[in-house]
Write a protein that binds this ligand. Structure first.
Ligand SMILES: [Zn+2]
Length: 394
């Protein structure tokens, strides 16, 4: 068991390393990672459902098949549990003193929960403007929470400093922690195993730095390399460094400026670890895929469509994959009739402010009001409203 640099192929021992000591490149787990079962920390992450979403497909006006990989049902409400469970388990096996995680919120909630389960202290670093539900969740698990001014890349830098000065494992879910990234291949494996006979043509992945892209690619490479779907890395138009490089035909991803999107989970300008974006772009291109940006307005429509047509409550980042499908189907980059798997990465409970700003049918019943009459009035109001607007292509 060892680690390998994706850039220079140098082999490294199976330790808590975050970068190649020869070239500074990204490390990956080179062969099957064996873990002492006594060190394993789990809350039941992974093995999430794959739903066929015909009503959603109709709402988008897409003639193909839509599959929703619902990662919101993970123990803390996002796919990050897969990576963090593995990284915390590895930290415990190596006898490290604690956990540190720089996060836009979801990985921090995972780190706090799995550290609690492991009996390890945990420090989580988040941007000051992280949605309050994510902040509350992290604090509830007992982690020490540092809120840092500015965008995610500032928090990332603070996380590195803390990990350097304490004997804590850094489980930040960029490409930093190879043990965490390696566990994301379970997403690719599960997608493959659930679609034998009719594999997806496309997998649409909400993308910040991009380890989840790698997870899908690695899972399929392991199971059936000849049946690799094309991957689409989905970013918000207000923070789209990978999309910008893809659209310009550039080989290297450059950092974004100040992000302007409400999708906190993919609001990552990659400042100081631009290499992550380039690695993700390489992986996407290797599958014949693409990178696509979606507007916040399109994400809002996708959130509503997922909830109202399929019963799945997603946070903005989680619904971005569905917004991307609407865009790609409208412009023909995804062919009519294609089979498309959308990863829905995080639960709607993680960002209730985003939901409170969307229209709803609610009414306060007056003490002496007839409930049946009130419902009749509400039904009439709803019938008079136009149907949910088609998800705007962005
Ligand atoms: Zn290297």
């Amino acid at each position: 068991m060892h680690l390998r640099c994706v850039d220079c192929s140098t082999r490294h021992p199976a330790e808590m390393l975050y970068a190649c000591t020869a070239c500074g490149g990204i490390l990956e787990v080179a062969d099957p990672a064996v873990l002492d079962p006594a060190a394993a920390v789990t809350l039941g992450e992974g093995d999430t459902p794959l739903h066929r979403a015909d009503r959603l497909a109709a709402a988008i006006g897409f003639a193909g098949t839509v599959l929703i990989k619902d990662e919101t049902v993970n123990p803390t409400g996002s796919f990050k549990d897969r990576a963090v469970a593995a990284a915390v388990s590895r930290a415990r096996a190596m006898g490290l003193d604690g956990i540190v995680c720089a996060s836009s919120g979801n990985a921090g909630a995972s780190a706090a929960a799995y550290a609690a389960r492991a009996g390890l202290p945990c420090i989580v670093v988040v941007p000051a403007l992280t949605p309050s539900e994510k902040v509350t969740q992290i604090a509830a698990y007992g982690a020490l929470l540092l809120q840092v001014e500015g965008h995610y890349s500032n928090s990332y830098r603070v996380g590195l400093e803390i990990a350097r000065r304490h004997r804590f494992a850094n489980v930040t879910t960029t490409y930093l922690n190879p043990w965490g990234v390696d566990a994301l291949k379970t997403v690719g494996r599960e997608l493959h195993d659930a679609t034998i006979g009719a594999p997806p043509d496309w997998v649409l992945v909400p993308t910040g730095a991009g380890p989840l892209v790698k997870g899908v690619v690695q899972g399929f490479r392991e199971r059936a390399p000849a049946r690799m779907p094309r991957l689409a890395a989905v970013q918000a138009a207000g923070c789209a460094p990978v999309v910008r490089a893809f659209a310009a035909g550039e080989r290297v991803v450059r950092a974004w400026g100040a992000p302007t999107t409400f999708a906190s989970g993919i609001s990552d300008p990659l400042i100081g670890y631009e290499r992550d974006g380039t690695h993700t772009l390489d992986l996407v291109r290797a599958t014949g895929g693409l990178a696509v940006a979606v507007s916040d307005a399109a994400i809002r429509s996708a959130m509503q469509a997922l909830a109202r047509f399929e019963g799945i409550l997603a946070e903005p980042t989680g619904a971005s994959s569905v917004a991307a499908l609407a865009t790609l189907a409208a412009d023909g980059r995804v062919a009519a009739g294609a089979r498309v798997a959308c990863l829905v990465t995080g639960h709607g409970f993680k960002d209730l402010k985003a939901w409170r700003e969307l229209p709803a049918h609610t009414r306060r019943l007056a003490t002496d009001e007839d409930p049946a009459g009130a419902v009749d009035a509400m039904l009439a109001e709803r019938a008079a409203q136009p149907a949910l607007p088609r998800i705007a292509a962005s």
